[in-house]
Design a protein around this ligand. Sequence first.
Ligand code: URP
Ligand code: ZN
Ligand code: ZN
Length: 465
Amino acid sequence: MKYDTVIQGGVVVTPGGRVRADVGIHGEKIAAVGTNLTRDANVGRIIDAKGHYVLPGMLDVHVHLALPFCGTVSSDDYYSGTRAAARGGVTTLIDFAIPYEGDSLAKAANNWFEKAEDKALIDYTFHICITRWDEHQGEIGSLVDSGFTTFKEFMIYAAEGWQSDDRAMFGTLELMREYGAMLLVHAESSRVLDELIDRHHTPELMEELGAQLHAMTRPNFIEAEAIQRAITWSEATHGQLYIVHMSTAEGADMVKAAQARGVPVLAETCAQYLVLDDSVFAEKDGHLYACCPQVKKPADQKRLWHGLKTGEVSVVSTDTCTFTRQQKAMWNGDWTKIPMGMPGLETLLPIVYTHGVLKKRLTLEEMCQRLSTDPARIMGLYPKKGAIRVGSDADLAIIHPRNRIKVDPSKMETNADWSPYEGWSLAGFSRTTLSRGEVIVDDYEVVGQAGRGKWLPRKTAGLRQ
Ligand code: URP
Ligand code: ZN
Ligand code: ZN
C-alpha cells in the first residue's frame, strides 16, 4: 500500500466513535483508518499524533468575509479569514453572496467568487441571498442547477436593501420544496424592533445607557416571534427551513416543538451565544460586542447548550463579520451606528471544545457532530466533508486535549485588533490542520498557500434527501 501521509497514533474521532488509530492519506482523500498503517507500506510523510485527538476538519457554515455592511466593509477578507479558519481547525466555510444594488443572484455569486479566488486557503461555497423576491425568484432553479442549494433571506435590514417579507419567504419555501433546496432565515421581527429603537433613540438614554441599548431594544420576543412566523411558512409549504444564528431559549423551544410535529426546520446557534451574555454591553468598550442578534442571558446559553446535546440545535457556526476597533468607533455613542458583527473563525473550535467538551456539556463525538458532520450533511457536503472515513476529503484538525493558549489578538490571523475572548485561556487550537491531504497549519502556524482553496458545488441540502 502507498500513502502520501500517515497520521500516526492519535485518538481518531470517526462516525462510529473514537478509536486509537492511524489515518492513511492518498492524494486528497482518506485511504485508510486502522492500526499499524506504516507497516509494509510505502509512506511519504508520517505526522505524529500521539497524545492528540485527530478530528474531522470543522465547517463554519455562517461567515461574512469582505462584506459591505453598516457603512463599512468587514475587515477579514478571504486571505485573513481563511487563514484564521485554518488555525482554528476549520477546513470549509460557507459565506453569503448578497446582491449589491440592482444585481441578479448570478452576479452576486460572481462577485463572491472574485473575492475568494486567489485568496482562499480552505474550501468554500456560498449561500445565495434573495433580497428582491420579484426579480430574483426566476433565477433560483438555474442556481440550483449550477451547484448552489442554499438560499438566504433576512427579515430585517431594510436600510441595507436586504429585507424580505412574508410573501417572499412563503414563495421561496415553496421553491425550496420543489428543488430540494433549503432556505436560511435571519429571524428578527423588524416592525417592533424599529419601534423599540425609535422609542429609545434619545440623547438622554444614549448618554446614560450607551451600548446597553443594543440589548434593551432587542428583547427575546423579537427573535421568537420571527422564528415562529418562519416556522409557520415552513409548516404550510413543507419547504426546508434553517434558522441562522438562533440566540434565544424561546427559539430552541419552538424549533423543538416544530420538529416534533414533523416541520422541516433546522437551527444553528453561534459560539458567542453559548459563552457570552448581555452583561458585556455594560463594560468599557461594550459596543465592540454588538452583533445581530445580540448575545442574550445566561438562561439562553444554558438552553442552547442543551439543544446541542439533544439535537434540536444542529450546528454551531460563528457568523464571523469582523470589524476593527476603528470601524466600531463609528458608533460615537449611538448604538444604532455600531457596525454589527464579531470575529470568530479562529476561536470556534477552541470555544466549543473548552466550554463544551472540557466542561462536559458535550462529548468529543457530539462536538464533532455539531461542528463538522451535521453542518456537512445539512449543507449538502457529506461525505466529502464532515467525517474521517475512507473516501472522504482528508480534511483534519489535530488538537491537544489539554494544552491551552491565551487569546491574544496581536498573535492571531484575523484582521481584527480585538477579540471577544481576549485573555481567555482556550484549549483546542489546531496544532496541525490538513485540507485535502495538504498540511496548511503546522505547529500552530499557517503554512498553506493562499488561493489553494476550492469552491464546493452541491446537489442537496437539508436532511430529507
Ligand atoms: O452581526 C452580524 N451578525 N452581522 C452580520 C449580518 C448578519 O445578520 O448575519
Ligand atoms: Zn443575520
Ligand atoms: Zn450572518
